[in-house]
Ligand binder design. Structure first.
Ligand SMILES: [Zn+2]
Length: 97
Protein backbone atom coordinates (compact mmCIF):
# COMPACT_ATOMS: atom_id res chain seq x y z
CA UNK A 1 0.00 0.00 0.00
CA UNK A 2 1.47 3.42 -0.90
CA UNK A 3 1.75 6.25 1.60
CA UNK A 4 -1.20 8.09 0.06
CA UNK A 5 -3.49 5.14 0.72
CA UNK A 6 -2.17 4.77 4.27
CA UNK A 7 -2.85 8.45 4.96
CA UNK A 8 -6.32 8.07 3.49
CA UNK A 9 -7.05 5.18 5.80
CA UNK A 10 -5.91 7.17 8.82
CA UNK A 11 -8.21 10.03 7.85
CA UNK A 12 -11.14 7.70 7.51
CA UNK A 13 -10.43 6.27 10.95
CA UNK A 14 -10.19 9.72 12.54
CA UNK A 15 -13.44 10.97 11.05
CA UNK A 16 -15.19 7.77 11.89
CA UNK A 17 -14.09 7.84 15.51
CA UNK A 18 -15.04 11.51 15.86
CA UNK A 19 -18.48 10.68 14.48
CA UNK A 20 -18.69 7.64 16.73
CA UNK A 21 -18.17 9.75 19.85
CA UNK A 22 -20.69 12.31 18.60
CA UNK A 23 -23.12 9.49 17.87
CA UNK A 24 -22.91 8.02 21.38
CA UNK A 25 -23.53 11.42 22.94
CA UNK A 26 -26.56 11.93 20.69
CA UNK A 27 -27.91 8.44 21.36
CA UNK A 28 -27.79 9.04 25.08
CA UNK A 29 -29.55 12.36 24.80
CA UNK A 30 -33.28 11.90 24.76
CA UNK A 31 -33.85 14.16 21.77
CA UNK A 32 -36.49 13.29 19.19
CA UNK A 33 -35.26 10.94 16.50
CA UNK A 34 -35.96 11.65 12.86
CA UNK A 35 -34.00 14.87 13.19
CA UNK A 36 -31.23 15.43 10.63
CA UNK A 37 -27.84 15.71 12.30
CA UNK A 38 -24.70 16.93 10.48
CA UNK A 39 -22.14 14.11 10.74
CA UNK A 40 -18.68 14.54 9.22
CA UNK A 41 -18.00 13.18 5.76
CA UNK A 42 -15.74 10.14 6.33
CA UNK A 43 -13.87 10.31 3.02
CA UNK A 44 -10.11 9.88 2.59
CA UNK A 45 -9.44 13.59 2.00
CA UNK A 46 -7.79 15.17 5.06
CA UNK A 47 -8.95 18.62 3.98
CA UNK A 48 -12.60 17.67 3.70
CA UNK A 49 -14.69 19.11 6.51
CA UNK A 50 -18.05 18.81 4.89
CA UNK A 51 -20.97 17.17 6.59
CA UNK A 52 -23.68 14.69 5.75
CA UNK A 53 -27.07 15.30 7.31
CA UNK A 54 -28.74 12.07 8.38
CA UNK A 55 -30.64 10.83 11.41
CA UNK A 56 -28.82 9.10 14.27
CA UNK A 57 -30.79 5.93 13.47
CA UNK A 58 -29.53 5.93 9.90
CA UNK A 59 -26.00 6.67 11.06
CA UNK A 60 -26.17 3.70 13.40
CA UNK A 61 -27.50 1.41 10.66
CA UNK A 62 -24.72 2.35 8.24
CA UNK A 63 -22.03 1.76 10.84
CA UNK A 64 -23.19 -1.65 12.06
CA UNK A 65 -20.62 -3.11 9.67
CA UNK A 66 -17.09 -2.48 10.97
CA UNK A 67 -15.86 -1.84 7.42
CA UNK A 68 -18.66 0.44 6.29
CA UNK A 69 -18.42 4.20 6.24
CA UNK A 70 -20.19 7.09 4.55
CA UNK A 71 -18.98 9.88 2.29
CA UNK A 72 -20.51 12.65 0.23
CA UNK A 73 -21.19 11.59 -3.37
CA UNK A 74 -18.01 11.72 -5.45
CA UNK A 75 -15.65 12.23 -2.48
CA UNK A 76 -12.30 10.48 -2.27
CA UNK A 77 -12.34 6.73 -1.86
CA UNK A 78 -9.35 4.42 -1.63
CA UNK A 79 -8.80 2.20 -4.66
CA UNK A 80 -10.49 -1.16 -4.26
CA UNK A 81 -13.22 0.06 -1.95
CA UNK A 82 -16.71 -0.62 -3.09
CA UNK A 83 -19.81 1.58 -2.97
CA UNK A 84 -22.57 -0.54 -1.48
CA UNK A 85 -25.29 2.09 -1.40
CA UNK A 86 -25.71 5.47 -3.01
CA UNK A 87 -28.32 8.18 -3.13
CA UNK A 88 -28.43 11.93 -3.70
CA UNK A 89 -27.08 12.68 -0.21
CA UNK A 90 -24.34 10.19 0.55
CA UNK A 91 -22.56 7.02 -0.50
CA UNK A 92 -21.94 4.06 1.77
CA UNK A 93 -18.55 2.49 1.10
CA UNK A 94 -17.19 -0.87 2.21
CA UNK A 95 -13.49 -0.90 3.01
CA UNK A 96 -11.37 -3.53 1.36
CA UNK A 97 -10.68 -6.03 4.18
ZN1 LIG B 1 -15.45 14.22 2.07
Amino acid sequence: MDSEAIRGRENQRDFRSANGRFFSVLSEASGPDGQLIPFLCECADALCHESIEITTTRYGDIHIGELDYMILPGHTRIAGEEIIEENAYYEVVKKAA
